[in-house]
Design a protein around this ligand. Sequence first.
Ligand code: GTP
Ligand code: MG
Length: 444
Amino acid sequence: MAATDLERFSNEEKRNLSLGGHVGFDSLPDQLVSKSVTQGFSFNILCVGETGIGKSTLMNTLFNTTFETEEASHYESTVRLRPRTYDLQESNVQLKLTIVDAVGFGDQINKDESYRPIVDYIDTQFENYLQEELKIRRSLFNYHDTRIHVCLYFITPTGHSLKSLDLVTMKKLDSKVNIIPIIAKADTISKSELHKFKIKIMSELVSNGVQIYQFPTDDEAVAEINSVMNAHLPFAVVGSTEEVKVGNKMARARQYPWGVVQVENESHCDFVKLREMLIRVNMEDLREQTHTRHYELYRRCKLEEMGFKDTDPDNQPFSLQETYETKRKEFLCELQRKEEEMRQMFVNKVKETESELKEKERELHEKFEHLKRIHQEEKRKVEEKRRELEEEMNAFNRRKVAVETLQCQSLQATSQQPLKKDKDKKNFFSLPSSCSITSGRYVN
Ligand code: GTP
Ligand code: MG
């Protein structure tokens, strides 16, 4: 719709008319109630507090039942979120209640990142809802909404001040969830100390800019009680599922050797105030705030991050279609750029590998040539050696033959007449005409 049309529409005159008789649209609120009751409600509570602070006991006390409880060990390496969903019914109202426990919170030596799994969990639930909303075929009507409606932050009853872990965690969570801080195990702190502790906590929250949930005061019906209750924050609570006889009635309480702390006695603790505010008066407001404030903020940031805006740089309304088209074009350009980049990278890589392979081939070839040269040299040496040995063998054989001939002649001479002895003796010591003595060796 163009801006001028919008202006004309909003400036349009409205006339008050009276009805001639009963029409029936005064039943609209009843129709709404009936529809909501049929549909059922969901409510999701996140419990953040150190191990053993009394989270499960308080949940059991609040809903007057026994939920599954599983004690956490003190040795969790990280904070883990454990959701459990229950179907509860009171009169004809169905409530799908999810209790999410931050298991292992405060148990790590390094607590710097303790808040992160909690923030991530809350964001994931928002993201799931957003994805459902963005679907073409949405089914929000029967969608199980797991967005966290309230975070009960359990403060250790030290009587001193908040721990830095508490401040950091609450600061990280305050824009994402409705935080109700509560002082746990309030029976372990004296009345005067509790009063001072409450003031200290509130002043620390204010000075650190932590926004906690304020019970709404714009609805006349609950404005008074809510503004009174806002002044009681943080609630100091005691949890117990144990029934103790008080007077002639049974009451939920914690019994000690010196007396009994009654959970539902307002002079003992703020449990009743918490239950009143959380369940009986402001449950719907908590659900609404989650949707209109926290989820809206998440959705806006997420869509802006994705490039969606309501107005263009000239502050003119910007249609979703246009944004989509611009984004699509940007995306396609980016895709093309990436594709080209990858192609170039691939070509470079191939070239690099090719030159590496060539270099390797050259090195191998050189090595081969070198080895070949060595081999030829070795072969030549062996050949020479073989020739020398052959020559030596031949010489030896010749000597052998000469010696044998001489031996043979000497044998013949000894078997002839003694008259010829002198002559033969001379012959024996003279060499055959074909032989001579050189350097003490016979040679031909
Ligand atoms: P994990 O789930 O293991 O982290 O513990 P948790 O925070 O759920 O605590 P849980 O409710 O299991 O309570 C731990 C112990 O504290 C139990 O022995 C409870 O009886 C006791 N406890 C719970 N609430 C209170 C309370 O208000 N005052 C006192 N004094 N003790 C409490
Ligand atoms: Mg527990």
